[in-house]
Design a protein around this ligand. Sequence first.
Ligand code: F6R
Length: 357
Amino acid sequence: EKGTYPHFMLKEIDEQPFVIRNIISKYKDENEDIKLDEDIRQTMLDADRIYIIAAGTSYHAGLVGKQLIERIANKPVETHIASEFLYNMPLLSEKPLFIFISQSGETADSRGVLVAVKELGHKALTITNVPGSTLSREADYTLHTYAGPEIAVASTKAYTAQMAVLAILAVDTAKAAGLKMDFNPLQELAIVANAMETLTDKKDKMEKIARDYLSVSRNCFFIGRAIDYYVCLEGALKLKEISYIQAEGFAGGELKHGTIALIEEGTPVIGVVTQHHVNLSIRGNMKEVVARGASPCMISMEGLAEGDDALVIPHVHEYLTPLVSVVPLQLISYYAALHRNCDVDKPRNLAKSVTVE
Ligand code: F6R
């Protein structure tokens, strides 16, 4: 099933533009409007607060989902790590809605929360790539991410698909609430799909970045601010799990509160910037690490780029930049793992779906 691809991961990275176009067609009605289950729409409207529960990469999609739903639909959202939720349970609002994000729909940590909140009588919606999975069957509602089977252990296309569906859901809720909306996610996602393609066509560039920065290094930092910070968390997770390089994603401003002590001569620091309002500040953080010897690799979006940036990604709507900025990070991780002779599709100690708590 890999066809001409050496690994499922590379195939799945390349499939992302098609997945996004597929999502657009599945969530579009004959008037080019969003098509969504009426009960889900009503449940979103009725909720006074949304609790997103997920693990790993799906948790990272949930962090972006919080921003999307809060900014677009003006509804409060908390995103929680599934395995921690029951120990550090927040005070719940009067009419909570739980959204479970899970590629496999089988993650035991998330299921533990689902069972507990159902017992409390709360509503649950699962966003999953596998309708009919446990989390899908046991929730009240399901939204399908339509990414097709994801075989590589490292999640790629499921993550971007989850964020696309969250953006559509956020706008649908906003519209149903009568909010004025000049962001059309179906149109903007089509631009995202093209931008992804531009990047998957530039694999040489990503391979070179991996070779230059990551062939021998022991560690790597990813820094960003605002929504870019969440993408940095995902970039670091990808790199860790398949290349075994110790990697961390940091909020740019947090580095100086401790982690900057780890920067030494040649430490790779990958910066991500797609948001105008943090461009100056993240570049300031980059200068701080460079002054301590770091090798800087800046990935910026068109319009924000400066002369020595390592990679410039095409411009997309500010709400949707994570879907595009993650693509080079996925590819850089892939090539870093290849250069280090790692088993890309089946990294050590990991399983595709984690069915134990
Ligand atoms: C990372 C990865 C894991 C999963 C996590 C949740 O590449 O694949 O972090 O994202 O185990 O899995 P799902 O989404 O199936 O609940």
